[in-house]
Design a protein around this ligand. Structure first.
Ligand code: HEC
Length: 403
């Protein structure tokens, strides 16, 4: 989980991106010039460079008064390792993309707050031991205990669009859902009496409860498939030495966690186990962010992964498989998982119908340059042409017939 409150700052991430090569080459030149001077002190202490989002409380912020839990963990790590800490600021956008650009782009050494899983960018990222668990929580008026899904029955429950709680409750008609786009909106719905319970992302609920609502709500953590996950520190694959050093000093850092969790309002209760999902969810990315960037159609049903679909994928070429992975990890946030999208103008299954022989040209131009004014980012700095070609190969396998 790359914790982000909303991911709404994508535009600045891409601006940052386009200026990055200049910074790097300038730095490279400076380092080359300085090299002889440095060569003398081989033991010189290198700062620990952390990637951090400046606007992602309770986790990180560039406000020194409230640096956030992850930054304070980073500071403690730096101290334990005897290295000063410096930050590479980025704005959370899409999990994998951010990691590719920052951690794997060698702009920083470590990133606090990633979910250690093998399906998160495969072997490119390695992890420390988990430091925390984060997940969804039920926010209620004080004293209202919810021990099972059945307790939600007579209640109006605010759920985040495209979140595990929304999926979990989707098939339970007896529970009234109020769809919200962010934890902030969920808390507001509760506060304005539009919902009785907010089933939203716990850390942000806790932070808002503490800072904006004077602690007036109870926050009950939950566990179950896709509801609670471990969080660790991520490193690029080659950094095994640093990872091992971090693991070795981790107990010192962990000792600070109860105090830090309290400071930032993170739920620290024992999670209640909720009934497992009725059908497995198609997971887009381990880093899935609770609130999507663009809301297209909150009512659009997600297609189940049927046996026929799974079988039909068995013969996919490597390009199509890798294209689907890129698509579902990045593009699906706006264009829908597996390109299933009910809003026509961003339904990429209609590309061929729409553009016929020009489809490839339109695709390349659009993905390379984006249509920034219309909300479609440019991707040429993020993915290489092979990757974009694979996405194209994948999209061609899902085109709506009729042309
Ligand atoms: C932040 C949301 C967002 C993301 C992420 C995104 N797109 Fe888009 N995309 C849009 C929007 C909005 C449009 C429609 C722009 C318009 O109105 O012209 C669009 C349009 C397109 C089009 C042209 C569609 C047409 O009918 O003309 C293509 C092709 C496309 N996107 C491909 C991609 C690919 C491939 C990715 C992933 C690498 C991606 N998009 C990621 C928002 C997004």
């Amino acid at each position: 989980m790359l914790a982000s409150r909303s991911g709404r700052d994508g535009r600045s991430a891409s601006n940052r991106l386009s200026s990055a090569p200049i910074t790097i080459s300038a730095l490279a030149i400076a380092l080359t010039l300085l090299a002889p001077a440095f060569a003398a002190g081989a033991d010189e202490v290198h700062p620990l460079r952390l990637c951090a989002d400046p606007t992602n409380l309770p986790f990180s912020s560039d406000n020194p008064a409230t640096p956030g839990l992850y930054l304070e963990v980073g500071q403690a790590l730096g101290k334990a390792l005897g290295r000063p800490v410096v930050y590479d600021w980025y704005k959370s956008y899409f999990g994998k993309r951010t990691v590719r650009v920052t951690l794997l782009g060698k702009q920083c050494d470590a990133m606090v707050g990633l979910t250690p899983s093998t399906d998160f960018m495969g072997p490119a990222v390695i992890f420390s031991k988990p430091i925390l668990k984060e997940g969804y929580a039920l926010v209620t008026a004080k004293g209202r205990k919810i021990a099972s899904l059945a307790d939600l029955k007579p209640l109006r429950v605010a759920v985040q669009y495209q979140s595990t709680p929304q999926n979990l409750l989707a098939q339970r008609d007896e529970i009234q859902k109020v769809t919200v786009l962010s934890p902030d909106e969920g808390m507001k719905a509760l506060d304005q009496g539009k919902a009785d319970v907010a089933f939203i992302w716990g850390p942000v609920a806790g932070w808002l409860n503490k800072t904006e609502y004077g602690g007036k709500y109870d926050i009950q953590s939950v566990e179950g498939e896709g509801l609670l996950w471990p969080v660790a520190i991520g490193f690029a694959k080659a950094s095994t030495e640093l990872r091992d050093q971090v693991d070795a000093v981790l107990p010192q850092v962990e000792a600070l966690l109860p105090e830090l969790s309290a400071k930032y309002g993170l739920p620290a209760d024992t999670p209640v186990k909720l009934t497992a999902l009725q059908r497995p969810l198609v997971r887009l990315a381990a880093a899935d962010v609770p609130a999507p960037q663009v809301v297209v159609d909150a009512g659009a049903p997600q297609p189940p992964l049927t046996a026929a679909i799974i079988k039909s994928r068995a013969n996919d070429s490597e390009a199509v498989t890798s294209g689907r992975e890129t698509f579902n990890g990045t593009c699906a946030h706006c264009h829908g998982p597996d390109a299933v999208q009910s809003e026509r103008h961003i339904d990429l299954r209609r590309l061929k119908l729409k553009y016929a022989d020009d489809v490839r040209d339109v695709y390349w131009k659009t993905v390379h340059q984006g249509r920034p004014a219309k909300g479609m980012p440019a991707w040429k700095e993020v993915f290489d042409d092979k990757q974009l070609d694979d996405v194209y190969a994948y999209l061609m396998t899902v085109q709506t017939p009729g042309n």
